[in-house]
Design a protein around this ligand. Structure first.
Ligand SMILES: [Zn+2]
Length: 338
């Protein structure tokens, strides 16, 4: 079952906290990019997460179908099947889903319920609800029933307070710099509202992090925000704190990534960096072989315009970038699969 069941996933996350490492959550939108992440996890004997945005689901389902739900189901099933004998665990999540799209998560919970009845395991391990564009009270009011539904199936809900800066498909954005930092008061409020439900969740608190590779100097990353917030939560809730998620990790200096591991980051999303790593070898391939790729008759070379020729290079380069993320997060070789 290399997609872990809820009990195994809990164990993996507990291990992350105890040994102070985090799982990279690699955003993918196709079988090839999913396979790149799987290859990195398998080659280095590391557990990891693969996740899909709504747009990725739509893309994966194909232009004739254009369904976020169907594409996400198909990619998830692909990973369930091909990961079986890899000797590592790969958890499946979905990324930013705002309130107006929440049917996406509900439909996938229905799919997980069916799969649990039929095959003894849910389709996904986690879903994100991004209510960060809403006032915190409203955000949590939507999160509560959703977390209950997830909890019944042993699925984790990821919630967010504070806004991740920059641009990411599906994610809330803001021009208000103060919103880029989650306050300890907000963290206490989330704990107060969600801890009593006794269902597992993850919390994306923001500390100046930005989607996309950001220009240094634009916003100041301040991981100590997490430290202070977690301390306040532990003090009030008899030692309990959050499993935290780091959004917008691409471009962050490794020392700052490592610092967040001390404060309870268990998942860091990686998208921009792996998108770049995938595209780079394709650009190079096209540049070096331009005439042979665009001419299908005379001077063209079938082995150069067969998409597999450059997709293989893209997959390999993306795999290497995922391995770097595993290293940055101290996750390398830490599978609990045996
Ligand atoms: Zn994000």
């Amino acid at each position: 079952m290399p997609v872990p069941n809820s009990k195994k996933y809990k164990e993996i996350l507990k291990n992350c906290r105890e040994k102070k490492y985090a799982l990279p959550a690699i955003n993918v939108s196709s079988m090839v990019t999913a396979n790149a992440a799987l290859a990195a996890f398998a080659e280095t004997k590391s557990d990891g997460i693969i996740q899909f945005s709504l747009g990725a689901g739509k893309f994966a389902s194909g232009s004739a179908v254009n369904s976020s739900v169907l594409g996400a189901v198909t990619l998830a099933e692909h990973i369930h099947r091909v990961s079986k004998d890899l000797g590592i665990y790969v958890a499946l999540h979905t990324d930013h889903c705002q309130a107006h799209d929440i049917q996406f998560v509900k439909d996938l919970l229905d799919e997980s319920k069916l799969r649990l009845e039929k095959e003894g395991q849910t389709l996904f391990n986690g879903h994100m609800f991004d209510g960060s564009a809403l006032p915190l009270k409203e955000n949590i009011e939507i999160a509560v029933p959703l977390l209950k539904s997830c909890g019944e199936l042993g699925i984790i809900l990821e919630v967010e307070a504070g806004v991740v800066g920059g641009e990411e498909e599906g994610a809330a954005t803001t021009d208000d710099v103060s919103k880029l930092y989650t306050s300890p008061e907000d963290m206490l409020y989330v704990a107060e509202q969600l801890f009593p439900l006794e269902a597992d969740f993850m919390f994306a608190a923001t500390f100046g992090n930005v989607h996309g590779i950001y220009k240094p100097g634009n916003v100041k990353l301040d991981p100590s925000i997490l430290k202070v917030g977690q301390e306040a939560v532990r003090e009030k809730f008899s030692g309990n704190d959050f499993n935290l998620v780091f959004h917008g990790g691409s471009g962050t200096p490794v020392e700052q990534i490592r610092e967040t591991l001390d404060y309870g980051i268990v998942k860091m999303n990686v998208d921009t960096a792996t998108q770049f790593a995938f595209s780079h070898p394709i650009a190079k391939h096209m540049n070096e072989n331009f005439d042979k790729v665009i001419d299908a008759s005379g001077d063209g070379s079938k082995k150069l315009y067969d998409p597999r020729s450059y997709m293989k290079k893209a997959e390999a380069n993306m795999k290497d970038r995922v391995i770097q993320a595993l290293e940055d997060l101290q996750c390398l070789g830490k599978t609990i699969f045996n």
